[in-house]
Write a protein that binds this ligand. Structure first.
Ligand SMILES: Nc1nc2c(c(=O)[nH]1)N[C@H]1C(S)=C(S)[C@@H](COP(=O)(O)O)O[C@H]1N2
Ligand SMILES: [Mo]
Length: 163
């Protein structure tokens, strides 16, 4: 058994992820996730809730893996992180941690959301016009400006923690 990755200052291990073989499957079948605001209040969000929000397409997304090649380009559709936070009354925030059902995750800075408006960060529910399956990552975070190692393309988002 190998030791867990080192953490510093109580940071989650996924904050400095290493290239790895992606987990092939989520730890549970339910794509529902939780949004927790900085005041501690939380809301459960389903795929049906996402479908009621404005939908946006981001074409030409490539999943670039260091270990097992590149896939895409794909067109992902879903709700922008910005629209989601607006719809759920998240106004004052500095960063959001998006953590998956298998303990993976990424941190999105608020100014990053503003700078990437042309190719927005998306909570994707479909790919190339077909609904994403749970196995494919539903609900999947797409960070279009990450083009190095896919370590921010978080499948199976389970929690969004606002700070
Ligand atoms: N939840 C979760 N998301 C993840 C990973 C993972 O292990 N768990 N691996 C990442 C890595 S390293 C890669 S290369 C891509 C693989 O995406 P794909 O399965 O769509 O090819 O998912 C990324 N997102
Ligand atoms: Mo990867």
């Amino acid at each position: 058994m190998s030791a867990p990755p080192p953490t510093s200052g109580g940071e989650p291990a996924w904050l400095h992820p290493q290239p790895h073989e992606p987990n092939p499957a989520p730890s549970n079948p339910d794509p529902t996730f939780t949004l927790t605001r900085s005041d501690g209040t939380s809301t459960t969000i389903t795929v049906a809730d996402l479908a009621r929000l404005p939908q946006q397409s981001v074409p030409d997304c490539t999943i670039i893996s260091t270990g097992h090649g590149t896939s895409g380009p794909f067109r992902f559709d879903g709700v922008t992180l910005r629209d989601l936070l607006n719809a759920y009354a998240v106004t004052a925030w500095a960063y959001a941690d998006l953590v998956s059902a298998d303990g993976f995750g990424t941190r999105v800075q608020r100014d990053e959301v503003e700078r990437s408006a042309a190719r927005p960060i998306l909570l994707a529910t479909s790919c190339d016009g077909e609904p994403l399956t749970r196995a494919q990552g539903l609900v999947r975070l797409i960070v279009p400006h990450e083009t190095e190692d896919a370590l921010r393309q978080v499948k199976w988002v389970a929690e969004i923690q606002i700070h």
